[in-house]
Design a protein around this ligand. Structure first.
Ligand SMILES: Nc1nc2c(c(=O)[nH]1)N[C@@H](CN(C=O)c1ccc(C(=O)N[C@@H](CCC(=O)O)C(=O)O)cc1)CN2
Length: 283
C-alpha cells in the first residue's frame, strides 16, 4: 500500500477563497477585519511564520497590524503592547507568536489577551469554553486537523484516535475537539510517560503525531490502512522533519505530511477565526 497525501496546500487555498468572499461582503457593511501579531525576538522560524500570516492576510483582504519587539523586551513592555492591541478598534483579533524568549512566559502572555480578541483560541477562557462546549474561537492547529480530515472523507464518528503529544496548542485541545458530540471520536492521549507507545498507536484508526520528535512513529507502529496526521515540525540539516518516519507511507492509507499538511491549515484557520470574529461584530 502507498498512502495518498492529504494536501494542506489545496485545502488552505480553498479556505482562503471562501474567506476572501466573506471579507468582501464585510467590506460592503463597512467592516474590515484586522489581524495583529506580536513577535518577540529573533527566532528565524517564528519570523517566517509571522511573515506568512501577514502574506495570507493580504491575499484575503484582512488588514495587518504587526508588532515586532527585541529579544530583551521586558514583561512590562510586552504587557503595554498587548494592552494597546486590546484597546485598538482596528484590531479585531491578534496573536502572540509562541514560543516567547525564555525570560517571558507563554501562559502569562496568553492571559493578558482580551479573550474576545484571541485569534488563536489559546486564552484560558476560550480553552475553558472548549471544555464546556460553549462557542469560542478554536485553537488553529486542532481546528485545521479536523477540517483536513473532513475534507478527505475520513470518518471521525466512532474512530479510535491516538494523539501523541499533550501540548496545550495541539494535543490537549485536539482531544477536546475530537470528543465533542459533533465529532464523537474516541481519543487516547499519549505522551513521554506512556509505557508502550506502539501498543496505543497500533490500535488506532487515526494517529496524530504532535510530539516534536523526528521519526518517532515508524511503519511497524501503525496498523495497515491507518490515517496519519503529522504535526511534528523539527528543523534538521535535512530540512523540516515530522514525527512520522517515511516507512509509514507503505502502511498507511492517508497521510497529512510535514511539510505541506497541517502547518498550512493552521495559517488558514487563523484567518477563519479573524473573519468569524469580524462577522460577529458586523451583526
Ligand atoms: N501563537 C501561536 N504560536 C505558534 C503556533 C500557533 O498556532 N499560534 N503554532 C506554531 C507555529 N505556526 C504558527 O504560528 C506555524 C507553523 C508552521 C506553519 C507552516 O506553514 N508550515 C509549513 C512549512 C513551513 C516551513 O518550511 O518552515 C508546512 O507545514 O508545510 C505555519 C504556522 C508554533 N507557534
Amino acid at each position: 500500500m502507498t498512502a495518498t497525501k492529504m494536501d494542506g496546500k489545496i485545502a488552505a487555498a480553498a479556505i482562503k477563497e471562501d474567506l476572501k468572499a466573506r471579507v468582501a461582503a464585510l467590506a460592503e457593511k463597512g467592516v474590515t477585519p484586522g489581524l495583529g501579531t506580536v513577535l518577540v525576538g529573533d527566532d528565524p522560524g517564528s519570523h517566517a511564520y509571522v511573515r506568512g500570516k501577514h502574506r495570507d492576510c493580504a491575499e484575503v483582504g484582512i488588514a495587518s497590524l504587526r508588532v515586532d519587539l527585541p529579544e530583551d523586551t521586558s514583561q512590562e513592555r510586552l504587557a503595554e503592547e498587548i494592552a494597546r492591541l486590546n484597546e485598538d478598534p482596528a484590531c479585531t483579533g491578534y496573536i502572540v507568536q509562541l514560543p516567547l524568549p525564555a525570560h517571558l512566559h507563554d501562559n502569562w502572555a496568553l492571559e493578558q489577551i482580551d479573550p474576545d480578541k484571541d485569534a488563536d483560541g489559546l486564552h484560558p477562557t476560550n480553552l475553558g469554553r472548549l471544555v464546556l462546549g460553549v462557542e469560542a474561537p478554536l485553537p488553529c492547529t486542532p481546528r485545521g486537523i479536523v477540517d483536513l480530515l473532513r475534507r478527505n472523507d475520513v470518518p471521525l464518528k466512532g474512530a479510535e484516535v491516538c494523539i501523541v503529544g499533550r501540548g496545550t496548542t495541539v494535543g490537549r485541545p485536539l482531544g477536546l475537539l475530537l470528543t465533542r458530540r459533533t465529532e464523537n471520536a474516541t481519543v487516547t492521549l499519549c505522551h513521554t510517560g506512556t509505557r508502550d507507545l506502539a501498543e496505543h498507536t497500533r490500535r488506532a484508526d487515526i494517529v496524530v503525531g504532535a510530539a516534536g520528535s523526528p521519526g518517532l512513529i515508524t511503519g511497524d507502529m501503525i496498523r495497515p490502512g491507518a490515517v496519519l496526521v503529522d504535526v511534528g515540525m523539527t528543523r534538521t540539516e535535512a530540512g523540516l522533519v515530522g514525527d512520522f518516519d517515511p516507512s509509514v507511507w507503505e502502511v498507511a492509507s492517508k497521510v497529512a505530511p510535514t511539510p505541506g499538511g497541517i502547518g498550512l491549515m493552521t495559517r488558514a484557520m487563523l484567518l477563519a477565526n479573524v473573519v468569524e470574529r469580524a462577522e460577529k461584530l458586523a451583526r
